[in-house]
Design a protein around this ligand. Structure first.
Ligand code: GTP
Length: 346
């Protein structure tokens, strides 16, 4: 069993955070997002993973290299122009030829039990098995209808309100047999959701679903990206960053300077080299990247600050995401829900 992770999208909905970094490697609690997927695959015994990449490939290669530091072998399938979700899978075929393959959309965070899903896939002799989850608002996703034997009977991508007939959606995790690759044309833009899956249905190939009732989130928007941090800090996933856990889920790196009267309440993450001045408060669900500076009497809660953010005195940050090296001057206001790209100044 091998795996392909789709890492080629531009992450437009995550702008301005993704103006200078691909969505799939934005930090999540101190490590690049894809670390969580690599870890899930490794736990399922999959050691060979292909990153199917298009947007800013060098940024991704620089971070993940050969994969040996994560206990896996990573191959890179590069595309010169966006091939769409199925086209990108086909482009990675040479690394997985002849093998059953798990495919992950590179922007989902889930604890779906891959080993159980693979077992079901094999037992049912499916050509393709889709991971499925139930959501409250299914309209933005691909709806999937199943029969009593878990065979997929209908696939509806991003339906209109009146077409919504189920809350079960495509979770962006698949298991494919090698035959599925033969259905994808080479070198052209081809969508898994709009073309490949309807094709599997139309030709009556064995095509099933595995419904997962556990955790699932896509990090497609800044709001979802922010709440993913809260879920990790609540213990849904381990904190993978190399940090020391103090009491009350306070995770701290090295060389941190704390001024007099600083209050820290977990769960929080404070990475290496941060400086927190007198009487500042770092409150639950604050995540401070490396070398952030928090000024006197400032407060940070439920917010994510990337590396090198400078915050002046008497600033209150709640529910914000600040890109690398942003600078917030003393006494300024940054409203809840604000998202600032790298090097923004307020
Ligand atoms: P938005 O631009 O905000 O919609 O995000 P996105 O570009 O990442 O698109 P979307 O969320 O639909 O993509 C789902 C997954 O498929 C993401 O992990 C993308 O990186 C990946 N993906 C989408 N299109 C392509 C493509 O053309 N090539 C490759 N290699 N991956 C893709």
């Amino acid at each position: 069993m091998k795996a392909i992770i789709l890492v080629g999208g531009q992450g437009i909905r995550m702008r301005p955070l993704t103006n200078h970094i691909p969505k799939n490697i934005v930090p999540l609690c101190g490590v690049p997002f894809l670390t969580y997927q690599v870890e899930a695959l490794r736990k399922a015994g999959i050691r060979e993973i292909v990153f199917s990449i298009g947007y800013r490939p060098q940024d991704i290669k620089k971070v993940f290299r050969s994969g040996s530091h994560l206990g896996v072998k990573i191959h890179y399938a590069l595309e010169s122009h966006p091939l769409g979700t199925a086209g990108a899978i086909k482009n990675a075929e040479k690394f997985v030829k002849g093998s059953s393959t798990v495919v992950f959309n590179g922007d989902i965070l889930t604890d779906i039990p891959l080993s159980t899903m693979i077992k079901l896939h094999k037992k049912k002799k499916h050509w393709a098995t889709l991971g499925l989850v139930r959501v409250e608002d299914p309209m933005a996703y691909g709806l999937v209808l199943l029969d009593a034997k878990n065979n997929i009977t209908k696939f509806l991508e991003k339906p209109a309100a009146e077409e919504v007939v189920t809350d079960t959606i495509n979770a962006g995790v698949y298991v494919f047999e090698p035959q599925v690759f033969d259905l994808i044309p080479e070198g052209v833009n081809y969508s898994a959701e709009r073309a490949l899956f309807p094709h599997l249905l139309k030709d009556h190939h064995p095509f099933g679903g595995y419904v997962w009732e556990g955790y699932w989130q896509d990090i497609g928007t800044p709001k979802k990206y922010l709440t993913s941090h809260w879920d990790v800090l609540n213990g849904v996933f381990p904190v993978h960053a190399k940090l020391e856990q103090k009491h009350n889920h306070i995770y701290m790196g090295k060389n941190i300077k704390l001024g007099k009267g600083v209050l820290i309440k977990g769960p929080v993450i404070i990475e290496d080299g941060c400086v927190i001045h007198e009487d500042a408060r770092i409150l639950p669900y604050a995540v401070l990247g490396k070398n952030c500076v928090i000024g006197r009497k400032s407060i940070v809660s439920r917010s994510v600050l990337w590396e090198g953010v400078q915050v002046g005195e008497h600033v209150n940050l709640d529910e914000v995401v600040l890109g690398r090296h942003c600078s917030i001057s003393s006494h300024s206001r940054v409203g809840a829900g604000s998202v600032l790209g790298d090097r923004a100044r307020v």
